[in-house]
Design a protein around this ligand. Sequence first.
Ligand code: UD1
Length: 413
Amino acid sequence: MDSILIQGGRPLRGTLSVQGCKNALLPLMAAAAAIPGQTILTGCPPIRDETVTLALLEGLGVSTAAERDRLVLDASRDGGTAPDPTLAGQLRSSVLFLGALLGRYGHAGVPLPGGCVLGKRPLDLHLAGLEALGVQSFCDGGILHCKGRPRGGHYHLPYPSVGATENLILAALGAEEPVWITGAAREPEIEDLVNFLTASGARISGGGSSRVHIIPAPLHGTSYRVLPDRMEAATWLCAAACTGGSLTLTRLCPDHLRPVLRALRAAGCEITEGEASLRICAGDLHSPGSVRTAPYPGFPTDAQAPVMAALLRAEGITRFEETVFDDRFRHIPALQAMGARIACSGSAALVTGVRELHGARVAATDLRGAAAMVCAALGARGESEITQAWHLDRGYGNFVQRLRRLGAVALAR
Ligand code: UD1
């Protein structure tokens, strides 16, 4: 999708089933390369990052088949240890092949990953953790080479990096001795990875907590349903909030969305919860005060841009503080072009609610920033065009069709 045209001002209404989680699916797909058997994943969203990861797996000799929301990945036979650099450069999660291949084969040569530009995204914690487990690494010509079967032992993450926690868990699967990771990230996607690996024969305790213990064990194929996508759910809630709409979302876990629900409720949205569903009714909004991103269970950095879009017309001043990534306000100029009043200073952004937004032609900067621009455009007067809309294809399946089903006037080009 090159661009999206949106005619704003229509409240979104209806019911949507939330898609499978991108940030859970991609680590599971990388993990499948470590499993000498057939992995069947269901509930998979039709997103571009999945297509790219399928191609990466094929390149490593894993046989793949995709039908509707089901993937069959067969890594029964030993395969390659060097993912394709062009494909790997399109995704952040390609770095997880490092742990997966290292755990299985005792060596790997993984290209430096790509993904959204959100500021510095170093890999020092991934490599320090591997080194603590006895793995040597060096970077040459854009390829990260790792050698040596992980010995086992303990590593304390000085910051709860999602990717480093996942990489270390994957590498530990093939360790000679048990591995303890403390200071681990606690995101639901990590718990999902651990649940999947446990279903595949791994012996892991503490997934989703800051202390993870991995006892090496033989792995086998399994069938597994991917977790619902809390960030897709957050995006739809914000789209409803931007348009004064009312939506019911099904197939989600409300607990995974606590800080987002808290902010939207504090802004005046009525949100009712079922066991695996949410209903939002939005009217006039006011500032919820401040929103500060933090590792889980804090307010998710991925929801910062969409929630900012939802509060552009909220009465009063909302202060956003981004603490996870150092350049995650790249969507702000586009929101300003739609009439938003936002003052930025370092890691803080002050949003002063305006009465009205107007349509504009803006360029998407990253996946969640693009989602924020769409949300703002849905609530703006007149027509907007969001170019470079391919960012959205990476993480939202059938996005424009789903928008239209909820009553939006939107066109993909
Ligand atoms: C993951 C998600 C991404 C999401 C982000 C935050 C996946 C594949 N990606 O990214 O979609 O936006 O979490 O929820 O699930 N850091 C270091 N050194 C390291 C690793 C990280 O300094 O070795 C820093 C990063 O620069 C960043 C912070 O730690 O400032 C968080 O990064 P991390 O949790 O690793 O995020 P990702 O795994 O990249």
